[in-house]
Write a protein that binds this ligand. Structure first.
Ligand SMILES: Nc1nc2c(c(=O)[nH]1)N[C@H]1C(S)=C(S)[C@@H](COP(=O)(O)OP(=O)(O)OC[C@H]3O[C@@H](n4cnc5c(=O)[nH]c(N)nc54)[C@H](O)[C@@H]3O)O[C@H]1N2
Ligand SMILES: Nc1nc2c(c(=O)[nH]1)N[C@H]1C(S)=C(S)[C@@H](COP(=O)(O)OP(=O)(O)OC[C@H]3O[C@@H](n4cnc5c(=O)[nH]c(N)nc54)[C@H](O)[C@@H]3O)O[C@H]1N2
Ligand code: SF4
Ligand SMILES: [Mo]
Length: 683
């Protein structure tokens, strides 16, 4: 017998990355003696291919972070001061239930849930939480902050989002990254594009910024932010003029080609070049390339959705594959999202029947500052989970003023003391993906991925579901659905599946088999079943029946631009995920500090030297950033990679200090983060 104790064996638990990222990796959590040692990517899962991004490769550092919230906390200082004391769960739940019951007795619409995609899990997302709010009759939240403009715009042209299968991307011959910095935001797509490149594919980026992705493409076109709809019309113009059209596909599977010809005729390359601030030659070149290369794939993402015309831009881009017959190829077409593949039973999850006929008001999450400061129909309680609105919502000074209301009762379910949690009356500690059960519906591939709990909850943390079960119980809700376990919820989420089988395997493929060109023979779920260039559905949504160009609200050619001549965009920094991971030191160190990238000409005109601090401002606010003088930013555009925690920035502010909540997108009522004029001066 050995005197040295044998180390316990390491077991592997199958998980799913919960983050708001198209790749939804299948995880392997390496556990010994109840401790997660590391998290790796499953080699057996096609899209994951054994690799994780740098962020989630550090997931244990985030999970065991010394700042993890481990106990319920109650505010002791003034709102926003971040001073709290520890309390017990019983007391926390009792006091929250008492307050909500009082408000609900007056008018339940005074209560507002606020949540987004901190976890994309269907169980820890909108299941028990929404059941609770539906039963209560609370105000409903319109979850517009990310994808609503593109969803509606894409839907006009193509119906639901059944994007190209990532597992086919290696076979594409042309890949256009449109408003998509894949190296940052979808690294597994990028790996496939690299494979295609090695096999001779041409890569193109359409991005105002020479992003990490754009710098590795063969061709980079840098339009002014918010002008993509015009660029797409310019490409249509070239395709039609030069007869690079797949007439057979157009005749069989599209609607309104004749009318589209008339519209595209107005957008000749010279005119489009002037609108977009690019060269006519680039439009000609890309048009020819796109019209003569197969398979041609557009990887459209969110960059172009965040200006006033973002819905229209996405709609126009979605017209392009049909014109050239790119849908004939399994590796061609367009990938915005694959979420349309998945038949999730949303009603089973969130139980809207509990509204019992009531139609509570709907509040747009993108204008939460306005909602919190509206005195006519006040919100008196806000319950935040899976989101960090004080950092991520536009027009942040207004949002923070709303959250600072002493009479607003604020409960935040969180892993960390975020900028939002600092405003809470009560903070409740939530479990992370390693500690709870879930299933994750991806938007970048075709596999539903299951997440098994790998370790026990840290401290006194609890899954969101459990917290809402406790709320329901304390409020006296007796419907049996408030007792559903997480397993029962997961089983109910997908009609006809066996959750237990899936959690053993780790994932299950949904949608067309690999290698199918899903739309080779049409079959779109638009009203006509065709690709709708001419779409009567558009009229009902308040936009032109044909593809059109809607200029940015804060156009660089507008009156406002005399005062604020620079267009600021604030896209994701590679080592953060929205505002998640900003507090993980090893990742924050790589990002350095909040930067402003600006072009040497714009810097020289303002006597701004590289690596000095500058003040960036407009009528909404002002913040201090460290200037990086670089031609990565095109002239007229400044770039503040995001989303920093305000309290970790030297001036306690982030880019949303400057973004607007007064203008929403043309379609989908989404935010206009990248439709934002500013001026910059040396500090
Ligand atoms: N590492 C990391 N990954 C993420 C995220 C993250 O924060 N960090 N966020 C996740 C989420 S929630 C989302 S929604 C997705 C976002 O995914 P993407 O939309 O791919 O976001 P980005 O990676 O920033 O790429 C957007 C690119 O669009 C460019 N852009 C800005 N304005 C315009 C414009 O008007 N037109 C065009 N053509 N381009 C423009 C930006 O410069 C940027 O390079 O990524 C997800 N993945
Ligand atoms: N300026 C600017 N602003 C932007 C964007 C931009 O590009 N520029 N992007 C926008 C986009 S695309 C998006 S999607 C939004 C994202 O906004 P959010 O969805 O709010 O995303 P995060 O900032 O990651 O915040 C998620 C929070 O949820 C918490 N969380 C994670 N898992 C759980 C859980 O299981 N339970 C509980 N209770 N909490 C959990 C995390 O700790 C984190 O603090 O931001 C938007 N804001
Ligand atoms: S954030 Fe994206 S790339 Fe990173 S592990 Fe999660 S799904 Fe994979
Ligand atoms: Mo997003």
């Amino acid at each position: 017998m050995s005197l040295v104790a044998e180390p316990s064996p390491v077991s592997i638990v199958k998980g799913a990355c919960p983050h708001d990222c198209p790749d939804t990796c299948a995880l392997e959590i390496h556990v010994r003696d109840g401790v997660a040692l590391k998290v790796t990517g499953s080699a057996a899962h096609g899209p994951t291919a054994g690799v994780l991004c740098t962020k989630v490769a550090r997931y244990t550092e985030r999970t065991y972070h010394p700042d993890r919230l481990l106990h319920p906390l109650r505010r002791v200082g003034p709102k926003g001061s971040g001073r709290f004391e520890r309390i017990g769960w019983d007391e926390a739940i009792r006091s929250i239930a008492a307050r909500l019951a009082r408000l609900a007795a007056e008018d339940p619409e005074q209560i507002l849930p606020y949540s987004y995609a901190g976890t994309m899990g269907l169980v820890q997302g909108e299941s028990m939480a929404q059941r609770f709010f539906h039963k209560l009759g609370a105000s409903r939240l319109d979850r517009t902050i990310c994808a609503s403009a593109g969803t509606v715009g894409y839907g006009i042209t193509l119906g639901s989002r059944v994007g190209t299968d990532i597992e086919m991307v290696d076979e594409a011959r042309l890949i256009v990254f449109w408003g998509c910095n894949a190296i940052t935001s979808s690294v597994h797509f990028w790996a496939r594009a690299q494979a295609a490149k090695r096999r001779g594919a041409t890569l193109v980026a359409i991005d105002p910024y020479r992003s990490l992705t754009a710098e590795k493409c063969h061709l980079h076109i840098a339009p002014l932010p918010g002008t993509d709809a015009a660029l797409a019309l310019g490409l249509m113009h070239v395709l039609i003029r030069d007869d690079l059209i797949d007439h057979d596909y157009v005749a069989k599977h599209t609607l309104g080609y004749d009318e589209l010809q008339g519209r595209a005729a107005l957008y000749d390359p010279a005119r489009v070049a002037a609108i977009c601030g690019i060269s006519a030659g680039d439009i000609e070149a890309l048009g020819r390339l796109y019209g003569t290369t197969r398979p041609a794939l557009i990887r459209a993402n969110y960059g172009m959705q965040r200006a006033r015309g973002g819905g229209m831009a996405t709609r126009n881009i979605a017209c392009l594959p049909a014109l050239v017959g790119a849908f004939r190829d399994a590796a061609g077409g367009i990938l915005l999202s694959t979420s349309g593949n998945f038949a999730v039973d949303g009603a089973a999850l969130s139980r809207p029947d509990l509204l019992a006929g009531r139609q509570p008001r709907i509040i747009n999450m993108s204008t939460v500052g306005h909602a919190l400061l509206d005195e006519r129909a006040p919100v008196r309680a806000i319950i935040v989970y899976n989101s960090n609105p004080v950092a991520v919502a536009p027009d942040s000074t207004r949002v923070a003023r709303g959250f600072a209301r002493e009479d607003l009762f604020t409960v935040v379910l969180e892993h960390f003391r975020t900028d939002t949690a600092d405003y809470a009356d009560l903070i409740l500690p939530a479990t992370t993906q390693l500690e709870h059960l879930d299933i994750v519906k991806p938007y970048g591939h075709y596999d539903m991925v299951a997440n098994n709990p790998a370790i026990a909850p840290l401290g006194e943390s609890k899954p969101n579901t459990e917290i809402f079960r406790l709320f329901a119980k304390a409020m006296g809700f007796t419907e049996p659905c408030f007792e559903d376990s997480d397993e029962v919820i997961a089983q109910a989420a997908v009609p006809g599946w066996n959750f237990n089988d899936v959690r053993d395997v780790g994932w299950t493929r949904v949608g067309a088999p690999k290698g199918t060109a899903r739309f080779a023979n049409g079959g779109f779920d638009t009203p006509s079943g065709k690709v709708e260039f001419l779409a009567s559905s558009a009229r009902a949504l308040g936009v032109d029946v044909l593809p059109d160009y809607i200029a940015p609200q804060e156009d660089t050619r507008s009156e406002l631009a005399r005062q604020y001549p620079l267009a600021m965009i604030s896209p994701p920094a590679r080592h953060f995920l929205n505002s998640s991971f900003v507090n993980v030191q090893s990742l924050r160190i790589v990002e350095g500090e909040p930067w402003l990238d600006l072009h040497p000409d714009d810097a020289a005109a303002r006597s701004i030297a590289d690596d000095t601090y500058v003040r960036v401002f407009n009528d909404r606010g002002s913040l201090e950033l460290r200037a990086r003088v670089t031609d990565r930013a095109r002239p007229g555009v400044v770039v503040a990679l995001s989303i920093w925690w305000k309290k970790l920035a030297r001036d306690g502010k982030n880019a949303n200090e400057l973004t607007s909540s007064d203008t929403l997108t043309d379609l989908g009522r989404g935010p206009t983060f990248y439709d934002c004029l500013v001026e910059v001066e040396p500090l």
